[in-house]
Design a protein around this ligand. Structure first.
Ligand SMILES: Nc1nc2c(ncn2[C@@H]2O[C@H](COP(=O)(O)OP(=O)(O)OP(=O)(O)O)[C@@H](O)[C@H]2O)c(=O)[nH]1
Ligand SMILES: [Mg+2]
Length: 399
């Protein structure tokens, strides 16, 4: 299953526009709160330098796309309804819908960096709301959501923990959020909670635990959207300055990215996602020309790119520390058994070993694993050796 990124934030910040731009799925988008009710799930792409040029081959990608030496590997995006302050207590659409985000190891927090919406997502004059407030609020809502999951039925659960002298019941709550027991244990130790009987843990103790676990194992990336609007410029500079040590802050214009992708699809322009410009190739109507000129002026000149691709790449590679590997069956020709050159690229955790990769490809391959070969050097890779980013690898297995 591809890695999933959750798209979250208060209403009306451009979450669905970001999702549509990344997946080209035509979801409902509108300038008012609670446009999205049910989650949208779709395939987006993470971008990396393909190995085709370096190896001097023409590739035939199967699970991915290669454009001008850039490989686009599939990831999954999930766009959910907007959160308002107090959602954890049932305000707005509540926070039950966050349950859809359990599987996502990282969250893209789409912020209205132009301050063009109030704390509930209602449109206001751009520049009149401070987007930094939204960062604080969202973190609290996410923490309260996790807190409710963990703290549910706490009296019974904490008694059981003390009785069994084991945290199994607690681990089970976190594993539902995709977080492994050993990681939870590490945070319990760090906070010194193991010295206290679970029945005497305060609400604050549990809140501190879920917050620390969330920060480490469900990181948030700030997508500073509507960066094309003038008031966003100062806000984004301030956000990078004040939040940059705790978060990656990526300026984006989801609206611009969506317009460019649509124009490219219609054959009006040439545009590679993530690039800092586009080329006009079709006949444009005056309003299309104006729209593209606006993007050049307000997005590319200011920020270098629309940021949508950058946000995904930053989340997957920098924040989650994942790597891309190219499995092949013929290590001399870099092909699969049908002769496709560099057919697949897999996005895997950064600590994946050769045997681990075999298991990711197929359980049978993992079980019959013998060794692996680094196709670039022709050298053997040990079963427990960690793979590196952009490695081309052949797995040798018993027939
Ligand atoms: N100027 C500008 N407007 C944007 C940008 N991205 C989205 N918008 C506008 O913001 C409004 C809300 O967009 P949506 O994508 O529906 O927002 P949402 O966060 O999914 O909203 P809910 O589903 O209601 O929570 C729409 O009018 C979009 O056109 C952007 O990059 N720049
Ligand atoms: Mg939406």
């Amino acid at each position: 299953m591809p890695v999933q990124l959750g798209v979250v934030g208060k209403p009306n910040t451009g979450k669905s526009t970001f999702f549509a731009a990344a997946t080209l799925i035509d979801v409902k988008r509108a300038p008012y709160p609670f446009t999205t009710i049910n989650p949208n799930i779709g395939v987006g792409y993470v971008r990396l330098k393909c190995v085709c040029k370096e190896l001097g081959v023409k590739d035939n990608p199967r699970n991915s796309i290669c454009i001008n030496g850039w490989r686009f590997a599939p990831i999954e995006l999930i766009d959910v309804a907007g959160l308002v302050p107090g959602a954890w207590e049932g305000r707005g659409l509540g926070n039950m819908f966050l349950d859809h985000l359990r599987r996502a190891p990282a969250l893209l927090h789409v912020v209205d960096a132009a301050g063009a919406t109030d704390e509930e997502g209602r449109p206001i004059k751009p520049g009149s709301h401070d987007p930094m407030e939204d960062v604080v609020f969202l973190e609290r809502e996410i923490a309260m959501w996790m807190y409710q999951i963990v703290y549910k039925d706490w009296e019974r659960v904490s008694k059981l923990i003390d009785l069994q002298r084991k945290y199994d019941e607690l681990y089970a709550r976190f594993s539902g959020l995709g977080i492994k027991p050993e990681l939870v244990q590490r945070v319990i130790d760090e906070l010194g909670l193991q010295n206290k009987r679970a029945t005497s843990w305060s609400k604050e103790d549990v809140l501190q635990l879920v917050t620390a676990v969330r920060e480490r194992y469900k990181p948030i990336i700030i997508v500073a959207n509507k960066a094309d609007l003038d008031p966003a410029e100062d806000n984004i500079k301030r956000m990078i300055k004040e939040l940059g040590s705790r978060y990656k802050v990526i300026p984006t214009s989801a609206e611009a990215e969506l317009a460019l992708k649509k124009a490219a699809k219609a054959g009006l322009i040439e545009y590679i996602p993530g690039e800092s410009d586009f080329k006009i190739i079709g006949g444009l109507k005056p309003e299309q020309e104006r729209a593209l000129e606006y993007i050049r002026e307000k997005v590319f000149k200011r920020w270098g790119s629309t940021g949508v691709q950058n946000a995904i790449d930053t989340a997957v590679f920098d924040v989650l520390g994942m790597i891309a590997v190219f499995p092949v069956e013929n290590e001399k020709k870099f092909t699969d058994h049908q002769g496709n050159v560099l057919p697949d690229v897999l996005i895997v955790p950064g600590d994946t070993t050769a045997r681990g990769l075999a298991y990711i490809v197929h359980t049978d391959l993992g079980e019959n694993f013998v060794s692996a070969i680094d196709a670039r050097s022709g050298k053997r890779v040990g079963a427990d050796e960690r793979l590196s980013h952009r490695m081309v690898i052949k797995i040798v297995a018993r027939a």
